[in-house]
Design a protein around this ligand. Structure first.
Ligand SMILES: [Fe+2]
Length: 378
């Protein structure tokens, strides 16, 4: 459809919105497709009641504690499932220290790639390709069927993203070139010599392999350690990317859509990283996320670290769910708070899915009651 205007629109999206009015973006294809900006007297988040299941929701994953039995390996390797559809499973997984070094196991996913995002703790992950370090803020991409073993000295919590119908790929970089928002050289490759140094130093012996296939577990046992590769070549291997090595794309003049923060892409969903950045400098530029309907996508946002000024009562470890079909945007208090801010200081992971997400019934344990009311001023 051709670009068209009615009434008195703004010249530039997210900028020059008349005092006392609000802009709402309605867009298809997750910020890539046809889009319109509507100038309104009041935001669409001014509801006074919502009846039915389609609501924005908030969950506190701090309540998913390290001691939670549902998170143990025998819970199915994925910990506590949170959201899922045909393309993706999103879980909270705790890996516990204290397993004797000669009793450690290898874990393998025959249902898809895993992406682990380390929220707390950290350690090392062993695989046949070598060893990788994992610290808070690390994305670890573990391709389908590659066995791996976590070696942690403290309880370690991951946001675990299972890619069931494709493989993770880099985002479309388009006009920003090949080295933004992250340089391919920022990917950390596994260290094979380091693997054997660690195994020798810690007397590690891994003889049990647990495989998830069609969401059921199979266990294979060996007499010898399964890590015995002496060399490898190829372009299939696990790797890490740390959030601190992502260079956010910004404009000093106008708020850019969340799609510029895409870190990895997959069939049916994208993973984005929101990172500390300066706010827009132009006096008439919108400095908080615009009100919007991301019409084709469900949105999950996991708050990892920092100061989340855009919402009240928000702390690290919380997760919001803004399903498609729902207008959302900043809370009224964020519009006030931003006036004194020159930069954001928050680190968050966003997962946008093309097809609707189902909520695991266990999520009810973590739900913050009446989140949808948080936009209401009375
Ligand atoms: Fe959104």
């Amino acid at each position: 459809m051709y670009h068209y205007t009615q009434g008195r629109p703004t010249r530039q999206g997210h900028k020059g919105i008349p005092e006392g009015q609000f802009e709402e973006e309605q867009g298809l294809d997750g910020f890539y497709g046809p889009v319109s900006h509507l100038i309104k007297d009041r935001p669409s988040t001014r509801w006074n009641s919502i009846e039915g299941n389609l609501k924005p929701r908030m969950f506190d994953l701090v309540k998913h504690i390290a001691a939670d039995l549902a998170s143990n390996v025998d819970g199915g390797l994925q910990g506590q499932r949170l959201f899922y559809n045909n393309d993706i499973t999103v879980s909270s997984l705790w890996i516990q220290p204290g397993v004797p070094n000669d009793q450690l196991e290898s874990r393998r996913n025959a249902d898809g790639d895993w992406m682990y995002f380390c929220h707390k703790g950290g350690g090392q992950v062993l695989s046949e390709y070598g060893v990788l370090d994992v610290t808070p803020g690390t994305y670890l991409v573990m391709p389908k069927c590659i066995g791996h073993t976590f070696f942690v000295k403290e309880p370690t919590q991951f946001l675990l993203i299972e890619n069931r119908t494709s493989h993770f790929r880099e985002p479309d970089r388009g006009i920003v070139g090949r080295h933004a928002p992250w340089d391919p050289n920022a990917l950390v490759k596994p260290d094979l010599a380091g693997l054997y140094d660690l195994i020798r130093r810690e007397n590690i012996n891994v003889r049990t392999v647990r495989i998830k296939h069609t969401d059921e577990l199979t266990t294979i046992r060996y007499d010898e350690c399964v890590y015995d590769v002496r060399g490898w070549k190829g372009d299939l291997y696990p790797y890490t990317l740390h959030m601190d090595h992502i260079m956010p794309i910004v404009s000093h003049r106008v708020h850019l859509p969340p799609s510029v923060h895409t870190t990895f892409a997959a069939r049916g969903f994208v993973v984005c990283s929101f990172l500390p950045r300066p706010l827009e400098e132009d006096a008439d530029a919108l400095k908080v996320p615009f009100y919007h309907q991301n019409i084709d996508y469900d949105e999950i946002l996991f708050y990892h670290d920092g100061d989340f000024f855009s919402r009240n009562n928000l702390h690290a470890g919380m997760m919001s769910f803004h399903p498609a079909g729902f207008p959302h945007g900043p809370h009224p208090q964020a519009l006030e708070k931003v006036k004194t801010k020159t930069r954001t200081d928050e680190k968050a992971v966003m997962i946008d899915t093309r097809w609707p997400l189902k909520r695991d019934e266990a999520l009810a344990r973590f739900e913050v009651a009446n989140y949808w009311k948080s936009w209401m001023t009375k």
